[in-house]
Ligand binder design. Structure first.
Ligand SMILES: Nc1ncnc2c1ncn2[C@@H]1O[C@H](COP(=O)(O)OP(=O)(O)OP(=O)(O)O)[C@@H](O)[C@H]1O
Ligand SMILES: [Mg+2]
Length: 257
């Protein structure tokens, strides 16, 4: 899939090249290669503890590879200092696995944060955009609450509104629907699709929910034993006759995932 529907070559938005990463005594990433095209939704699946969140942390520069390169646009971010990384982080919104809200700020202040970082000071603009972002995740009535007064699923949706509000070039979602009820899950999936369709945002979504994965993915990458074992469309994944892939997606306990 190196050409788009019109036969034009696709632009790589995020490229992981031969990423190696040891954490403690564990060799977590063992040569991860992955190209994520501009405007596509790439879903990352794989066993718990396999390194999916670690990969997302490499894409935001929170972790640096022991070797290999992380390229965002045309820039190798593995070499950037904090100042350079701050510029990259404006291009890449993140929904962390645990939500990671600022507990001393209200819901509205949390969601406004990325806009303030970009220098937006106009209160009317901020209020309008924050209200709109909270409306998208169904939480506009909770704008003045503090994070500790929210349920886990609500915190997650606030974090989602914060990741989306500035319409960055790319958004990384670490298990955006984990712990949510089926209706909320469906609406988060729709929101991810909407971000892609309306704003052309490139997305990387880590999930354990195969139904969600099939709904939102242009391509699915299966991480196994520290590298990308399979990468293809949901249809290609389903058509594969590889038992390792089938065991994983059908939830069969396999000897060595
Ligand atoms: N900061 C860290 N220091 C040491 N080890 C770490 C660190 N972060 C992650 N690890 C280890 O790296 C491995 C991969 O972790 P990671 O969080 O990426 O897994 P994951 O695929 O996201 O799993 P899950 O699906 O459960 O979220 C784990 O064994 C974890 O203990
Ligand atoms: Mg994780």
């Amino acid at each position: 899939m190196d050409n788009d529907l019109n036969g034009e070559p696709r632009i790589v938005s995020i490229r992981l090249e031969e990423i190696q990463k040891q954490l403690g005594t564990q060799h977590v990433l063992r040569g991860v290669d992955l190209d994520i095209f501009s405007g596509e939704t790439m879903v990352l699946i794989g066993a718990s503890g396999g390194g999916k969140s670690v990969i997302l942390k490499h894409i935001t520069g929170l972790m640096r590879p022991d070797s290999g390169r992380v390229i965002i646009g045309k820039q190798d971010i593995s070499q950037l200092n904090e100042k350079g990384l701050a510029v990259i982080r404006q291009k890449v919104g993140v929904l962390f696995q645990n939500g990671a809200l600022f507990d001393s700020m209200s819901v509205g202040q949390n969601v406004a944060f990325p806009l303030r970082e970009r220098g937006e000071k106009n209160i009317t603009t901020l209020t309008e955009k924050v209200t709109e972002a909270l409306r998208l995740v169904g939480l506009e009535e909770h704008i003045n609450k503090m994070p500790n007064a929210l349920s886990g699923g609500m915190r997650k949706r606030v974090a989602l509104a914060r990741a989306m509000i500035a319409k960055p070039e790319s958004i990384l979602y670490d298990e955006p629907t984990a712990g949510l009820d089926p209706v909320s899950t469906g609406s988060i999936d729709s929101l991810i699709i909407q971000m892609q369709k309306d704003y052309g945002i490139t997305s990387v979504v880590v999930t354990h929910d195969m139904k969600s994965a099939r709904t939102i993915a242009d391509r699915i990458a299966f991480l196994r034993k520290g590298s990308v074992y399979f990468c293809g469309t949901p249809e290609e994944m389903d058509a594969s006759d590889d038992p390792v892939i089938h065991d994983f997606i059908n939830g069969h306990p396999a000897e060595e995932l």
